[in-house]
Design a protein around this ligand. Structure first.
Ligand code: ADP
Ligand code: 5GP
Length: 197
């Protein structure tokens, strides 16, 4: 049987829009797609676990990995580095697994250039006041970090049209249902193509 590459999904959207919340629920009922765990130099939030939410690394180690060309993409966001390691993702895709990257817009742009067939999904907030309320309500960033994140939102939202799908996260259940519909649709295309051979 021909070895078929898996599909690459990218989820993006401003900080606090609800990406993590929706993806947590999505992965509870979808076991055939792999969540790519990023590396970051950000400090863990209470409850975050190394190797589950992120691989938390030192700045020097991250910079060494950049020099050694170990990242598929990386970006500096709000004073911290975030990046997707090449090895794991490329291996999973080559073995036919679907992989989902939850990354910010600069990294997403790089992935779109490298993988023009990737499935891109942008989460938008119902409005900016609600986004700020969610970001503050999460109580995980200090005021300076909140301001830095809010500062980028308008620019980030202008990039939404570059994504194949845009999902408004008004009610969690509705947004989850829309994400599931996108995944089912894109997944089915792959199955149809395989069946057609
Ligand atoms: P992101 O991963 O995009 O930065 P989170 O998933 O951490 O965002 O969500 C930010 C905050 O907003 C969290 O406290 C979460 O519980 C809350 N939240 C997420 N989605 C919704 C929603 N649809 N309605 C109200 N609050 C939400
Ligand atoms: P947070 O600090 O809230 O966990 O993440 C901040 C931003 O970094 C979010 O938009 C998140 O999607 C993004 N991010 C997480 N991992 C990566 C990654 O590997 N690469 C890039 N470019 N962005 C990432």
């Amino acid at each position: 049987m021909e070895n078929k590459n898996g599909k690459l999904f990218i989820i993006t959207g401003p900080s606090g829009v609800g990406k993590g919340t929706i993806l947590k629920k999505f992965f509870e009922s979808n076991h055939n797609i792999i969540y790519s765990i990023s590396e970051t130099t950000r400090k863990p939030r209470p409850g975050e676990v190394h190797g589950v939410n992120y691989f938390f690394v030192e700045k020097e180690d991250f910079e060494k990995s950049i020099k050694n060309d170990e990242f598929l993409e990386w970006a500096k966001y709000s004073d911290n580095y975030y990046g997707t390691k090449k090895n794991f993702v490329l291996k999973a895709l080559s073995q036919g697994a679907d992989v989902l990257l939850e990354i910010e817009t600069q990294g997403a742009k790089k992935i779109m250039e490298k993988f023009p067939d990737c499935i891109t999904i942008f989460f938008t907030p119902p409005n900016l006041d609600e986004l700020e309320k969610r970001l503050r309500g999460r109580k995980t960033e200090d005021e300076e970090a909140i301001q830095k994140r809010l500062h980028q939102v308008k620019q980030e939202l202008t990039l939404a049209p570059l994504y194949k799908y845009s999902i408004e996260n008004d009610k969690i259940e509705d947004a989850l249902e829309k994400l599931q519909a996108v995944y089912n649709k894109e997944k089915d295309i792959q199955i149809l193509k395989q069946d057609g051979k």
